[in-house]
Design a protein around this ligand. Structure first.
Ligand code: ATP
Ligand code: MG
Length: 247
């Protein structure tokens, strides 16, 4: 680099910086998008394995324990086996809960809004956060955008549960510009917006949300202020009707 053509050198440096930054940004996006895809595949696989293997096995153990109990007369032995049976039941319950987190069957069987209602119900039971769920959707979205919408909502709701210290969360769904928009509004402590826009190492949730929405051709908007709650809104386009009939 010649110092004599200082002006040119500076232009060259800036251009290189920008292309470096763009490349890094592209790589970051590609990685997050890979992460989101792999995560969804893994969740599916793990949920199926737990369902077909672990729960079936535990179920078998439960049945044998029950048989064993019918053969016993000794009070102490009966007590031990009863406790074991209760432990197995608890373990099955926890596995079912895990499957529910990984991939709620309600999403496939009953649809987006019922699955969200179940999730919010569970969240209320576990953390006491009240909810309003309002849907103005005219139809059930097809499978792919349905999963995307559910995952985005789940990620936002995990944040409400983890960070917001909220009393209530409002979830509303609406048809919007050929797609579906979802708004998730909590009355919690809020946070500085600088944190929502600059990726923080180790905190992937928001970045993954944006990437997931972008992959589906949609967007995510976050609005928050200290002590004024947080609103997360996202929109995912739906395939046109004729495309859906072909699929
Ligand atoms: N609803 C909310 N209320 C208050 N603070 C929030 C809310 N949502 C996000 N935040 C803040 O924004 C930060 C970034 O959220 P993000 O989901 O990206 O990461 P995380 O939840 O900390 O980690 P991860 O999602 O990777 O488990 C959080 O650490 C939290 O400080
Ligand atoms: Mg998070």
């Amino acid at each position: 680099i010649s110092v004599e053509v200082g002006g040119h050198t500076r232009v060259f440096t800036v251009a290189r910086d920008i292309s470096d930054r763009r490349r890094i940004e592209e790589e970051r996006r590609a990685l997050i998008s890979r992460l989101v895809t792999v995560q969804e595949e893994q969740r599916h696989r793990i949920a199926n394995d737990i369902h077909d293997d672990s729960i079936q096995t535990m179920f078998g153990v439960g049945i044998r324990l029950h048989l064993l109990r019918t053969m016993l007369v000794d009070g102490e032995q009966l007590r031990v086996v009863s406790n074991l049976e209760a432990t197995v039941d608890q373990a099955i319950g926890r596995l079912r809960h895990l499957i529910f987190e990984l991939r709620p069957t309600a999403l496939d069987h009953d649809g987006l809004v019922p699955a969200l209602r179940l999730y919010l119900d569970q969240m209320r039971t576990e953390s006491g956060i009240e909810f309003d769920l309002q849907s103005l959707l005219s139809a059930e979205p097809p499978a792919e955008p349905r999963v995307t919408l559910y995952r985005l909502a789940q990620e936002a709701l995990v944040n409400v549960r983890k960070h917001a210290q909220a009393h209530r969360v409002r979830v509303s769904l609406d048809d919007h510009k050929g797609g579906i928009s979802v708004r998730i509004q909590d009355d919690g402590r809020g946070f500085h917006m600088s944190r929502a826009n600059t990726p923080v190492p180790g905190h992937l949730g928001m970045a993954a949300m944006r990437e997931r929405a972008r992959m589906a051709g949609g967007w995510v908007e976050v609005d928050s202020a200290m002590n004024r709650g947080t609103t997360v809104e996202f929109w995912i386009p739906l395939p046109a009707l004729e495309e859906r009939n072909v699929a």
